[in-house]
Design a protein around this ligand. Structure first.
Ligand code: SF4
Ligand code: SF4
Length: 101
């Protein structure tokens, strides 16, 4: 059975380079960039196109800067399946596609 195709987006300017996502990724798809962001941190980047959309990186990120997507193979539509928002206030954790998607 084919693996699920996933993707992530990282808000690199808010990343603090803690590497938790690097360690958490079972696909070894995330690494720290050699570049630094405006805060002076080496930020996380997706280095391999092998993401399965497992959500591990997003769930461990203490700064809530990773959104994970899973791609519908038929429609090619990408749906966010893991988002952590508003860490200074209410926290929203969503794992799995929202109803209706
Ligand atoms: S969603 Fe899973 S496979 Fe994809 S980059 Fe994050 S930890 Fe790795
Ligand atoms: S876990 Fe979050 S803050 Fe830490 S390196 Fe990854 S994206 Fe950056």
């Amino acid at each position: 059975m084919a693996k699920i195709r996933g993707d992530i987006s990282i808000d690199v300017e808010k990343c603090k380079g803690c590497e938790l996502c690097v360690v958490a990724c079972p696909q070894d798809a995330v690494a720290l960039s050699s570049e630094i962001n405006k805060q002076g941190y080496h930020y996380a980047v997706l280095i391999e196109d092998v993401c399965t959309g497992c959500t591990s990186c997003s769930l461990v990120c203490p700064d809530a800067v990773i959104t994970v997507y899973r791609e519908d193979r038929k429609s090619k539509k990408k749906t966010p399946v893991a988002e952590v928002r508003n860490v200074t206030g209410d926290i929203k954790i969503q794992v799995g596609a929202e109803e209706g998607n």
